[in-house]
Design a binder for this molecule. Structure first.
Ligand code: PMP
Length: 387
């Protein structure tokens, strides 16, 4: 197979022809369109044909706790985790969901529904993934309640801590932080614990781990996520939630995910074909270019990440998170300032933090990324932008 090299050419062409788009660039959502190029290049290798009479039943395997999980998808998930070495799948129940967003809510339900008098507190360390706030508060459940920053949480009684590692929005590696309170349960959201984003330094084996197809290969539209769950009672409660919410998960999506996950596993050790090699090079190159722009001025800040030995790649690599946690050196509302430049980002305040920070998606299309860098480079002084 030819040509998965991430040439900087395609990214910089937009500069050369002098016709930079004037459009609004949306880097608020983490829509993972950056990887589409890879899937186009492998052409029909992952094309899935579903006939009119296929996949008609609600059921997949009535002997499984997760009765709507397609057995082939379960095998593909185990094989991929085995090949990458990022999570243990032995002696665990796999619960499939319509994205890991649905599974997060199923997990909150499962971990909090054991006859508590008061709602269970849900916390995450700042800066946190802003959607957790909505997931824990939108339906005003009596079972659980959003309590904000895990570092300052000291309430007595049961709680659930969301631990996202690498973290969305700032890419850091995280552990639980709640201190001095008993009865805590942890949901480990490992959406970005894949070698194109971060060195794989250990095989996670927590009680409840969430993964999403969206951020591995970029197939967010399939809406497939999975939970690896140790305790059968927790797995059963999650399945109960998913049954009430959507009577299972689309089998068309599960079939497509199976094909693509199997392709990822099959090619992961072949340098010229591996999606992870491709993704790692792409993310690394984007981060280098972003750092170049940020370091060429004295206006913005970015976190620095330690390099680490990646067990998957067998060498020391850098971290290239899916989001950039961009800050400005002055006390300004950075999201509003960038909006003036027609760049939409997620304000730090939505992540429980200061407005001088924004979360910028690094997973957009090449053209949008070029335009973003160009606009950022033109901001040499924040005073030149009037809010
Ligand atoms: N967890 C984290 C940390 C995420 O960033 C995302 C996607 N932005 C999700 C969960 C949800 O992913 P999905 O619902 O697409 O599977």
């Amino acid at each position: 197979m030819v040509g998965f090299g991430n040439s900087k050419n395609s990214d910089s062409d937009t500069y050369k022809n002098g016709s930079l788009s004037d459009a609004v660039i949306n880097l608020d959502q983490g829509d993972p369109t950056a990887f589409q190029e890879y899937w186009m290049k492998i052409k029909d290798r992952c094309t899935v044909v579903i006939r009119g009479w296929d996949l008609m039943s609600y059921f997949s395997d009535t002997t499984n706790v997760c009765w709507f999980l397609e057995p082939e998808l379960a095998k593909a998930i185990k094989a991929l985790h085995g090949a990458i070495g990022n999570a243990a799948t032995e002696e665990r129940y796999i619960v499939v969901g319509t994205g890991s967003s649905q599974l997060c809510q199923a997990a909150l339900f499962a971990l909090s529904s054991v006859s508590e008098v008061k709602p269970v507190s849900v916390v995450a360390a700042v800066p946190y993934y802003s959607t957790y706030v909505e997931e824990a508060s939108y339906v005003q459940s009596k079972l659980y309640e959003w309590e904000g920053d895990a570092r300052t949480f000291h309430k007595k009684g049961p709680y659930i801590e969301m631990v996202t590692s690498p973290n969305n929005p700032d890419g850091t590696i995280r552990e639980p932080v709640v201190n001095g309170t008993e009865g805590g349960k942890v949901i480990h959201d490992l959406a970005y614990y894949w070698p194109h984003y971060t060195p794989i330094t250990r095989r996670h084996d927590h009680d409840l781990m969430l993964f999403t197809f969206s951020k591995i290969s970029g197939h967010a539209g399939s809406r497939i996520g999975w939970a690896l769950v140790k305790d059968v009672e927790v797995a059963k409660k999650m399945v109960q939630y998913l049954t009430i919410s959507s009577i299972g998960v689309s089998k068309e999506s599960q079939t497509r995910a199976t094909t693509i996950l199997n392709e990822l596993t099959k090619t992961c050790r072949t340098k010229s074909e591996s999606f992870f090699e491709y993704g790692h090079e792409k993310m690394k190159s984007r981060w280098e270019r972003l750092r170049e722009v940020v370091e060429s001025g004295d206006t913005f800040t970015l976190p620095n990440y330690p390099q680490a030995f990646c067990n998957f790649f067998g060498k020391t690599i850098s971290t290239s998170p899916a989001f950039a946690w961009l800050g400005c050196k002055e006390e300004r509302d950075l999201a509003s300032l960038l909006k003036e430049k027609k760049v939409l980002t997620r304000g730090g305040d939505k992540c429980g933090c200061d407005k001088k920070y924004v979360r910028v998606s690094m997973l957009c299309r090449d053209d949008d990324f070029d335009v973003f860098l160009h606009r950022l480079a033109t901001i040499k002084d924040l005073k030149c932008i009037e809010p």
